[in-house]
Design a protein around this ligand. Sequence first.
Ligand code: COS
Length: 370
Amino acid sequence: MIRDAARDFAKNELLPGVIERDTHQKFPAEQIKKMGELGFMGMMVSPEYGGGGMDTISYALAMEEISKIDASASVVMSVNNSLVCYGIEKFGNDYHKHKYLVPLATGQKLGAFCLSEPEAGSDATSQRTTAIDQGDYYLLNGTKNWITNGGTADYYLVVAQTDKEKKHKGINVFIVEKGWEGFEIGPKEDKLGIRGSDTHSLNFNDVKVPKENRIGDDGFGFTFAMKTLSGGRIGIASQALGIASGAYELARNYSKVRKAFGTEICNHQAIAFKLADMLTEIEAARYLVWKAAWEKDQGLNYDISGAMAKLKASQVAMNVTVEAVQIHGGNGYVKEYHVERLMRDAKITQIYEGTSEIQKIVISRGLLKD
Ligand code: COS
């Protein structure tokens, strides 16, 4: 039912205008508002805080369907659900949940997750942004880069170094509101893909952050980031899976109508075998995504399975979209046929929320543990 609802929404509300939004880097504001009304922005949040109370499998299914059509909309959904809402619900206190989680889960407000910096992307412990304890508030200074929902969010989870001496144990995470004095939004990034999503750098110049906006005990920020990203990676893996399956479906349909050498091109083994490889790889990725989602739902550790799902699904998204363009030939290279956009969108899934190389670090360290 959830999959059908997401599929219908994507077809009816996201497909019209998706090419134009991509071309002009237009944020899908109206569509995101509707997604909030339909419950897609806080799917896994408890109903007590305005969420859908659903499991991770349901979330993965919805993410796949939305991503088949519009990966720019699905990254907005993914960040809000699996990084921001999850982080606040799991680790925040009652004040955080009532003040911030409820409007985020109901889609009235939008969230952003701010970990990356000009010199701290993969090397996440090297935070240069500082938050200095001033008694009843922290003074926040620094720059964050490549922040999804950077210009459109209302609430920002900002990771910062509070005590340099303590390295990663001296990192904290804060909820920062748009509009606070000294908080500036930098120019929008002009991206290769997911061009409808809104990506900015952010500058914090002596921003006063109330003490009560710190999440968790002092020094919890790095663990917060790692734990939240583990679930975020299931969201991005589902996005990658959706991009791949969307491209596959387009290629399959096209191959059944396009004729060459006197027959539909699917009757040529060169094309049919490509489709067979594409679907086999997609199915393999899908089971990894579902396994990670299931492990999360069972309360098991999903650090490794989430990393595996993201590593595999993003690779599949890249390979499948390239092949989908190839099957479309010249038509694949023009915007009207959608597959070139999916190919551009696929690339980011190998980069954000931990590059493929970072996923291999997580997986290899896990498998070598006794
Ligand atoms: N859950 C809880 N704690 C975790 C964790 C996890 N999944 N992964 C690491 N930690 C803890 C470690 O246990 C360690 O704490 P202790 O010293 O108390 O044991 C601490 O975090 C630091 O871990 P580690 O020593 O492994 O740090 P490294 O600098 O080697 O980096 C990686 C670890 C590479 C895994 C981490 O920096 C990472 O995930 N980087 C990518 C970040 C990312 O996804 N960036 C994209 C930005 S969001 S778009």
